[in-house]
Design a protein around this ligand. Structure first.
Ligand code: ATP
Ligand code: MG
Length: 305
């Protein structure tokens, strides 16, 4: 696929779900079942496009690594069984593992709780030239922690600092930090995989019925369904507050996994294409060295070693 064509496809599939300004964002405007104008018959074609996209991604990542200037941080947030793990696995399948790291953020440890909430995430940011993936992130601090006041109570914050403004303040901290990181060469893209409550139920039942999927099931996940509306309100609020031009959210329909993967891959390709990546130019001095090395190697070939 030509570069222009790839750029166009990447934009077509990702742009409709990109939120660069959250002011008017409403979660209900994105249907978890949406597949744009593609239907079930287009699935094989979409999968083929994904394969092409994944190959392109591998090449872009190689240049990112060689150039060693930018880094890419991809943040994945979602309700359980929305397909975070699958999206990460599929989209990054062609990427050189040396240039990519995935961090999964679970409930914080005692050591984590002895620090500010950004601490554990800041330690795990990608180095220049690399792609870092956060499977959950500091956004949990405005989601699960907001839905469950007992988690906030266990955070050891000085009581006078816990006010009703805390969620607004946390969103503001996040914007400041993301702006700072962006101005230091970390490109940030955030994905909310938006699954419907109905599809989540279907996937949980599948986990219960299929012995090979039993291990994925956790009884606590079913209880979290009781807080569905509170989670949706928290997601909507934080997406409204933290969608920026520099660090946009993609609210990705997640009832059809094949479509989710296409949109995520398109958004990642779009982000990397926007950097105008190129392999580093070779200096005159280095060209000389390369020529000399080639000569030396060919010379030694003649002497049969
Ligand atoms: P899976 O698809 O395997 O269930 P997962 O990302 O849901 O993947 P879990 O092992 O279920 O992984 O653990 C993640 C749990 O940790 C989630 O319930 C999440 O809300 C919680 N968690 C993450 N960050 C925080 C945080 N800062 N404070 C409290 N809980 C958190
Ligand atoms: Mg879980």
């Amino acid at each position: 696929m030509k570069v222009e064509e790839l750029t166009k496809h990447a934009k077509n599939f990702s742009q409709p779900f990109r939120i660069s300004n959250g002011k008017h964002f409403r979660l209900k405007d994105i249907d978890p079942r949406d597949t744009l104008d593609l239907n079930a018959e287009d699935k094989p074609r979409a999968k083929e496009a994904l394969t092409t996209g994944i190959a392109a991604l591998a090449e872009l990542q190689d240049m990112l690594y060689a150039q060693d200037r930018w880094s890419l941080l991809l943040i994945f947030q979602a309700m359980d069984a929305a397909g975070k793990d699958g999206a990460i696995k599929h989209v990054m399948s062609g990427v050189n593992p040396q240039g990519c790291e995935v961090y999964s953020f679970k409930a914080p440890s005692n050591e984590d709780l002895d620090h500010d909430y950004m601490w554990r995430c800041m330690k795990s940011l990608p180095e220049r030239g690399r792609i870092g993936i956060f499977n959950r992130s500091y956004y949990e601090e405005t989601l699960v922690v907001r839905v469950h006041p007992e988690i906030l109570a266990a955070q050891k914050l000085p009581a006078s600092l816990v006010t009703k403004n805390i969620w607004k303040e946390r969103a503001a901290h996040i914007n400041d930090i993301e702006h700072y990181l962006t101005r230091n060469g970390t490109v940030i893209r955030k994905f909310f995989l938006h699954v419907s409550k109905k599809e989540q139920k279907r996937r949980f039942l599948e986990r219960l019925e299929n012995p090979e999927k039993n291990w994925k099931f956790s009884a606590g996940d079913v209880q979290e369904r009781n807080h569905w509306n509170a989670y949706m309100a928290a997601y909507e609020d934080v997406i409204r507050r933290t969608s920026t031009k520099d660090a946009p959210w993609y609210v990705v329909p997640a009832d059809n996994k094949w479509f989710t993967h296409v949109v995520v891959a398109a958004a990642v390709i779009d982000a990397l294409m926007s950097l105008g990546l190129r392999y580093p130019a070779v200096s005159k001095e280095k060209t000389k060295q390369l020529k000399a090395a080639k000569k030396a190697l060919l010379g030694s070939n003649k002497s049969r070693d």
